[in-house]
Design a protein around this ligand. Sequence first.
Ligand code: CUA
Length: 333
Amino acid sequence: MFDARFWLPESINSMAEGTDQFFMVLIWVSVISLLVVLGPMIWMMFRYRASQDIDRSAPPSHHLGLEIVWTVIPTAILIGVFFWGATGYTKMVVPPTDAMEIRATGQKWFWTFDYPEEGIRVRASLEADEERVKNGIPPGLVVPVDTPIKIVGSSADVIHSFYVPAFRVKKDVLPNRYTVATFQATKEGTYDLFCAEYCGTKHSKMITKVSVVSQEAFAEFISKQSEESDKPIDGATVFNTSGCAGCHAVVASSGGIGPTLHGLWGKTETLVDETTVVADENYIRESIVNPMEKIVRGYSPMMPNYSGQLSEDELNALVLYIRDLSPEKEGAE
Ligand code: CUA
């Protein structure tokens, strides 16, 4: 009970170092606070009960020293907890620039993992994992050991949550918005990946694994998967078949009906109401499914709404395609 290992499996995420100590400090601060409040309360319940013959005439008194003590100490603890928590949280949510990117899509009731660099896609569910293990392929999400990983998550239907207890990582994946989780696994092995947000009938079966493998085994996994037919959708194809190319250039140009998408990624756009927005994954996605929300200055609000027109897959592929039209790539958040 004095160690987080009593509650959780061994932590093997180097980006979550310190999380367990913080967790235990919070638990013990809570336990001690509980005792400090509850102890005297119980004692007073007995000491001052009706049958007790004590002098009740004294008026309630004010004790300045006591007031200061119970204001200053909890405030100091709160400030300490805030800064400790904020530091650790920042470390866990800001991915290093060299992180390997994997796209995770939650869906009733399985996960799809796309590796855009490697051009492969894997589906992960209890059944799919069983099948892969049978074929000698590591189950679930496969990542190399000692490599920073950036998970960009979204959902094709309702809210799911990407929860890996051994990584101390839990991140909701949401429809129509991207969220980012990062980790760096320090130990090879197979770890549980749960959906931690109730998402319907088979929520409790939305279980898979994270397989942390050696660099060699990872390369082998990639080459094996590349032979499979399942591939991420090609964003360029979606772009050309959905009518995007009619208004948006993909090369540096001006004067089109819509803004050029070349160099858009990471750029600060000025909108018609003079506010600015940084073009990241969430902005690009919103501009596709809800184009009237943010109109770039100098353009007319005339883009059709693609909400419901494109599948989650097609949307993700488009966002990736548009991102890669720019020389330097960076993540959301
Ligand atoms: Cu997906 Cu619960």
